[in-house]
Structures are given as C-alpha cells and as structure tokens.
Write a protein that binds this ligand. Sequence first.
Ligand SMILES: Nc1nc2c(c(=O)[nH]1)N[C@H]1C(S)=C(S)[C@@H](COP(=O)(O)OP(=O)(O)OC[C@H]3O[C@@H](n4cnc5c(=O)[nH]c(N)nc54)[C@H](O)[C@@H]3O)O[C@H]1N2
Ligand SMILES: Nc1nc2c(c(=O)[nH]1)N[C@H]1C(S)=C(S)[C@@H](COP(=O)(O)OP(=O)(O)OC[C@H]3O[C@@H](n4cnc5c(=O)[nH]c(N)nc54)[C@H](O)[C@@H]3O)O[C@H]1N2
Ligand code: SF4
Ligand SMILES: [Mo]
Length: 890
Amino acid sequence: MTEAGVRTTCPYCGVGCGVIARPDGSIVGDPEHPANRGRLCSKGSALAETLADEDRLTHPLLHGRRVSWNEALDLVAERFAAVIAEHGPDAVAFYVSGQCLTEDYYVANKLMKGFIGSANIDTNSRLCMASTVAGHGRAFGADVVPGIYDDLEEADLVVLVGSNAAWCHPVLHRRLLAAKARRGTRIVTIDPRRTAACEEADLHLALAPGSDVALLAGLIVHLADHDALDRAWLDAHASGLEETLATARTTAGDLDRVAAITGLARSDIALFYDWFATTPRTVTAFSQGVNQSSAGTDKVNAIINCHLATGRIGKPGAGPFSLTGQPNAMGGREVGGLANQLAAHGRFDDPIDVERVRAFWRAPNLATRPGLKAVEMFEAVRDGRIKALWIVATNPAASLPRAQRVREALEACPFVVVSDCWPTDTTALADLVLPAAGWGEKDGTVTNSERRLSRQRPFRKPPGEAKADWWILAQVARRMGWDEAFAWNGPAAIFREHATLSAMLNAGRRPFDLGALATLDSAAYDALEPCRWPLPAGAASEGGRLFAAGGFPTPDGRARLVPTPFRPPAQQPDAERPLLLNTGRVRDQWHTMTRTGRVPKLLAHIGAPTATLAPGDAARLGIADGGLVRLTSADGSLVLHAAVSATQREGEVFVPMHWTHAFASAGPVARLVGAACDPVSGQPELKATPVAAEPVAIRWRGLLLHRRPVAPAEPDIHWSRIPLARGHALELAGSGELPQGQALTAMAWRLLDVPAAADHLEVVDPGRRVWRFATLTSGRLEACLFLAAAGSAAPLPTRETLAGLLGGPVAEGARAALLAGRSAGCTDEGGRTVCACFSVGLATLRAAIVARRLTSIAELGSALRAGTGCGSCIPELREIIRDVHAAAAA
Ligand SMILES: Nc1nc2c(c(=O)[nH]1)N[C@H]1C(S)=C(S)[C@@H](COP(=O)(O)OP(=O)(O)OC[C@H]3O[C@@H](n4cnc5c(=O)[nH]c(N)nc54)[C@H](O)[C@@H]3O)O[C@H]1N2
Ligand SMILES: Nc1nc2c(c(=O)[nH]1)N[C@H]1C(S)=C(S)[C@@H](COP(=O)(O)OP(=O)(O)OC[C@H]3O[C@@H](n4cnc5c(=O)[nH]c(N)nc54)[C@H](O)[C@@H]3O)O[C@H]1N2
Ligand code: SF4
Ligand SMILES: [Mo]
C-alpha cells in the first residue's frame, strides 16, 4: 500500500532514502523504498521546512540586474563561443556537482566533452569520491561498488574506516545497529576522533591521521601469516598478491612498526587483526577519512586488497563498501562527469570507448584526453588559462581547499556563470546568476551508494522563473549551434539516451549497463520503481552483488591487488603550526547550509562552528572551552569558538566544513585547508592541514535578535547566525574592548541597523556592566541587542527565551520584561537540543535521567520520546545517560 502523495528521493546523502511528499505539505519516509523502509534521519525529517520560496533565486541576474532568460541564455552561448573561437575549447570549463540529477549531468557532460570538445568538466565529486573511483578502477577495472546495503545487515564484522556513519549516513547506520541488536554484529571504527559512530562500536582505533595504509598493510601481512588468505579464490580471480604482500611487509612488517606509525596500542591492533582474520562475513565501509587524503587511492586499494586476499567480495555480508556522499555522486560517475572519464563508464585510454561515444553522439569534436581536475581547474581560472566558467549546483567559494584563492580566481575570470537555487558565497562572485529549479521541483533520477536508481519526482512549481538544470544547459547548447543533439523534450528522453549508450557495444564488458531501461516510455519512466544496476536488456531482475565468482571488467577478467607503500600526509605539523586541522560534518547540517541552515530546529543541536581541541593541547595553548581561538594555516586564518573534548586526539583540531560567510564571521574553514592532492585521483587532502592555534580573549559577549539577516562588519566582533521562525539570532563575542558611553550606544545602534523612525528602548547598567537595547516598529519587536562585558554579574538572556517575541507585538507592560531578558510565559529552556525530532534539550534529558533514574534508551524514549523519531541522536543519548550516571557515582 502506498500512502497518498508523490514518491520521490531525499536530496541529501548517498543512502538515497525514499520519501513521500504528501498533499498536506508534510514529507515522510517511504515505507516501500528499499533503502530506508520508511525511516528518515533528522535532515530528511526536516525537508518540508526547507521549501519556503522567500530567499530563492527567481530570475536570471546579470551583475545583479534582472534579465530575461532569452538574454541570459544568448549571453552564455555568445561568451563561451567567443572564448572558444579565440582561445580554443580548453579555455572554457564547467564545474558541476553530485547534486545534479543524472539527466542534468548527462547533458553537461555531452555538451563539454562531445560538442565543445574539451574535457574541462569536473565536479565536486573530485573532493568527495575521486579516490574511490580511482581505487575501484585499479582493482576492478571499473568504478563498481561490489556490495549492497543488505551486506551491512548480514555481516558479523563491520569495519567503518574514516566514516562517521552515525551522522553522515544515519539511516544506513540505524540499519546496521538494528542488525547488531539481532545478531551481535561486531563494529570496529577507525577514525582519529571518537565520533558518534564510535559510541556503538566494540572497538575504536583512534589512529594517527593519515596512517590507515600502515594499519591495513599490517592487516594483510597478518592475514598471510595466519593462514587466512583464500588461495583458491585468488588463484582463480585475482593477481598481484605477492608484490602487494612484499610492499606491505616492508611498510609494516610487524606489530611494533604498525603501532609506532599509527600510535595505537599493540593489543588493540592485534584484536582488530584477529577479528578480521577470523570473520568471513566482514564488510569494510569507508568514506571521507579514506578518500580526502593525499594517499586516498592507496587507502582505498589497501582496503580492497584485504578483501580480495580473503575472497570476501560480493558475498552475503562480505565486501569492501564505499559509502557515497552526495545523493547522486554515483549517477555523476555513471555519466562520466569527472574530467578523466568518458560517458557511461567509458575510458579515454580505450580507443573502442572513444569511438563508441563519438559515434553514438555523432560528436564532431569529441575530447580525446582528460581535462583539468577541480583544484587544477581553479588554478587555471586564476592564472587566466580558463576565461569562461560555468558552475552548477556547487559552492566552491566555500568548499574547495584554499577557498581564498578560489575567490580570487572567480574575481579574475572574465565570465563566470553560476546556476543555483539560493544566493551563496559563490553566486556573490558571478557575472551571471541563473535560477535553478530545486528539489521538489526537478524531475529525473539519482543513484545511491548501492547502485540503486530512484526517481526524483516534482511535487511543486519552481518559484519565479527558475528552470531545471538540464533545460538551461540544453538551451545554451542549442544556441551554440547544436540543435539536433540537444533537442530533448524532457528528462525521460535524456534518460533513454543515457541508458542506450550504457548498453552500446557492451555485452557484459561493462557492469554499468542500463539496457533494460533504454526503451522506457515517458509513463514507464514516471512510474519507475527503485532498481539496482547492472540492468542489461532482457534482465529478469535487478542487479545484485558482483564479483563473488570473479568476472572483473579488466582485460584478463582478474582483479588486481595493488601494492600501496605507506606515506604520511603531504604536510606535516612543525613548531610554527603544530596541530593538524581535520574537517568534516555535523549531524544536522548539509554542506554549505543553503538548505539546512534555514531550518531553526536543525541548528538546535549544533548552532555555531567550533574548533574542537584535545584537553592537553588546549591546556598547553591556554585555550578555554567556550573561549575564542585563532587558527592559522599557510593559507589563512580565522577566529571561532573553541570546544575542549576528550573525543579529540592530541595534536589534532576538528572544525566542521559547513559554516560560510552567510552564517558566521569565521567564514568557511576551507580558507585554511591546503590543496595537496592524491597523485592518482587528484582528490585534495581536506583532513590534514598544519595549523597554529592561539587563544583570543573575549572582552564582551552579546546576543542580537533581528528580523533581517544583518551581519556585523567589525573585524573584532565574532558572530554566528541561527535562523528563528521570524528572523535571526546572532551570538556575538567581542575581542576588542567594549567602547564606553556614547561610543557604545553608537555601536549598538549600528549593529541593530534599524530605521531612525523606530521606537527605541534601552537600559544601560554600567555598574553591572550590561547594556540592553530594543527597537519596535508599530509596536512589534524589530530587533534587540544584549551586551555583557566579560566578568559581568548578569548573564545574557538565552536565544530560546526571546526568540518567540521577535516580530510580535510587545505590550506596554511587557517592555520592562523584554529588556530584563525575560519573556512572559516562556518556560526554562532545556539547553542544547539533542533530539531534533521532538525538540528535547540536554538539560531536560539530564533532569529526567536523574529524577526518574532512567538507565536505557528505551526508558528515555518512553519518558520523553527522545530518540524515538529518526534515531540519529541515540549514540549521543547513550553518552548522556552514561555521563549522568558516572557523575552521580563520582
Ligand atoms: N549530516 C551530514 N551528512 C552528510 C553530509 C553532510 O554534509 N552532513 N554530506 C554527505 C557527503 S557529500 C559525504 S562525502 C559524506 C561524508 O561522510 P563521512 O566521511 O562519514 O564524514 P566526514 O565527517 O567528512 O569524515 C569522516 C571521518 O573521517 C575522519 N578522518 C579524518 N582523517 C582521517 C584519517 O586519516 N583516517 C581515518 N580513518 N579517518 C579520518 C574524521 O575524523 C571524520 O570523523 O557525508 C554525507 N552525509
Ligand atoms: N574542508 C572541507 N571541505 C570539503 C569537504 C570536507 O570534508 N572538508 N567535503 C567535500 C565534499 S565530500 C563535498 S561533496 C563538497 C560539497 O560542497 P558543495 O557542493 O560546494 O556544497 P553544497 O552546499 O552542497 O553546494 C551545493 C549548491 O547547489 C545548490 N543546489 C541545490 N540543489 C540544486 C539544483 O537542483 N540545481 C542547482 N543548480 N543548484 C542546486 C545549493 O543551494 C548549493 O549552493 O565539499 C567538499 N569540501
Ligand atoms: S539518511 Fe537522512 S540525509 Fe541520507 S538520504 Fe536518508 S533521510 Fe536523507
Ligand atoms: Mo561528498
């Protein structure tokens, strides 16, 4: 039974959960989608709240001026054609995204590689999955994930390497934990940080950053020395064992050397090796702690080597498993969206593939060699080799390493086009901004981590004149003179073409085959059920596990074990920059926050960017929990709040990737991140940049609530923004002396930035060192500001207490309460929100655990409902229960 509504797919992570958009505007999990069976995580559950039109881009904007679509499309076609005519096709580039639908991606790739005649199209997947793509290619001969999600439920041992699945692939992680409850699956996490995923693990190996290859070299040596290799399988289906073992032995011959390189206890390493050796049903799932490394491809192959050596691949509960990041990172790889791929898993180094694509597209100028990879591409933009750039569905000014240089590149480039749904750090630097239709409005397909295609179906109209990306790209192609090749009437026609190409001259040569879908008519495309490839013409059922019995798409049909000599991260800490900066994700935010940053409840768990340091480092550097810290790398410097936590390894500092200039004064942490790249995949090392950390004194704190998204410009005011139902809250910390007297009042009114005609209230209490200001327009609260000097006796009011008043009428009698930081009828706030689904705060949880002597997740769930929604907070709830009881016992 399907619930009424439109069945579509969540636009966030690569788990690819099915959702139903109901007629009443709610969005719920699709009980029939095989990825999630109705479950959703906190981000998926808040999708309905991201659909407001107010801030959307609705019209093409040329240097901020509204222009018609006709004008905009003609301009793109003319400017690109002119650059190509004068400087050749390699002087233009596209930078696209794993958040494009397959159909959008196919059109962009066909236009650049087939018709413009350059392979200068790369994607944010270069920052995400490129090392896995390269590792799969080296081992299997093609970019293929051998396993399926069920394997995580059928395994006896699951090793999570560089993956915080509890926060980044939450529904899949819940499936794993449910299986653990049933069958006692062992979980090992390999991550320098103790993440939420480590909470439920049997063993956490907090290895030194970048030392994975050494740990895995020790593992394969252990497997060989303990008779755990599957010799028969290796003889039949793989080659390269001897060289690989020899290299592993020289890197990590014995436990002592592995322990020295990784910094792990010998006993922990030995336990992990023993579990792996003795558990046939082992899945090794990996993500960005593996890929985003200057040795990323070697890390991927070191993992796959251990699976090939034991024949544990494509079997129930056994295999290496790449957890993809973006909703359509996989689809992008299928259409060949990376600069070094051809369409439909075609290869530039295979003349048959090149001819196949040329003939199929009837492409006059097919590119015949790889183009520039993301980091190189933006360097080429910066030094003028690329003169026209089109960015689609990605925010490189905030997400590429050395983001400051990316900004310089965009400023220097003569013609930058950006297609997005919202204004971003990148659209701010564009010449031409094109309004794209977003999730809920777009129509097409995506592929998730287990090769499963699902439909994204529209259920609302795009705001204003926003258009689908495929349409925009095809319109430009037609205006450049390639009318016939880009004449589709909708996504179904594009999909058929893509599926046909995947089947052309295939006959089992390439596992990526959608031949069975090549003739779908529009109605069948609309009705398409989620299905997994390979799907060759005539396939009786969807694709399943691959390669258990060999049959790899290599010339000799055998898989390759690849020798992977260990090398540490490209840049090492030194006396000047003694810490390594690690960056990644938090539970409730998606990337650069253009969607999740608008949902108040998604900022309740973590509302500001912090730099998390280990207690020892913080003490040595004089940095306090909650204080400010300045981080400085070779590329830049930023100031943000510090968090001191024992989850952090000594010598490392962690900063989330999400906050941009729109959400915090610190701006994107990508400004600090170095751009050393993996030599094989070109993927940048986003998790290991040497930085210095120093304390910055806080002279005063403030809370600013405003109806409009104001942003203080003063360099010594450090702020972060949280959206409220009717406005914004900014937490302020001042590192300069608080001005005195009138200068202070002047600063306050500048921050409040409200019309002089408004009704101003202020309470100044220099004795207690607090200052309070409020502005009312027509009796409604427009903005208010509370300042307290460091050491002030009176604490600032909390955001939660006042949020409800913003935008509402303030009665005469309530003015005094407002300025006292109280709101009539507002209960005590429950501290930081832990359970986003039912808005249960930390203080409430702690109080209930003590008062009702709660000891389990189940009891907490029945008492407060916490953890009974999406379940992504369960690891944290467990930690809180443990902490409260530990504190009580102490
Ligand atoms: N909430 C949320 N979920 C998301 C996303 C999001 O933005 N928000 N984005 C999606 C996308 S595109 C992606 S790519 C995935 C990423 O999913 P993950 O890869 O799970 O997320 P990250 O936080 O980037 O990094 C994972 C871990 O790698 C660890 N790590 C750092 N260095 C090393 C190392 O040298 N070795 C090992 N073994 N580990 C290391 C980090 O400490 C971190 O905990 O998440 C997807 N899901
Ligand atoms: N320091 C550091 N940097 C990182 C990472 C890290 O771990 N650390 N992780 C890297 C990884 S794995 C990834 S995947 C990237 C992600 O980095 P980005 O791709 O830059 O991040 P997003 O915020 O997802 O950007 C997507 C943009 O597309 C817009 N958009 C959404 N839907 C549509 C649509 O349908 N059409 C169009 N035209 N636009 C749309 C959104 O508003 C948003 O501006 O960041 C990378 N950068
Ligand atoms: S796990 Fe969460 S973010 Fe990922 S697809 Fe499912 S609902 Fe969306
Ligand atoms: Mo990603």
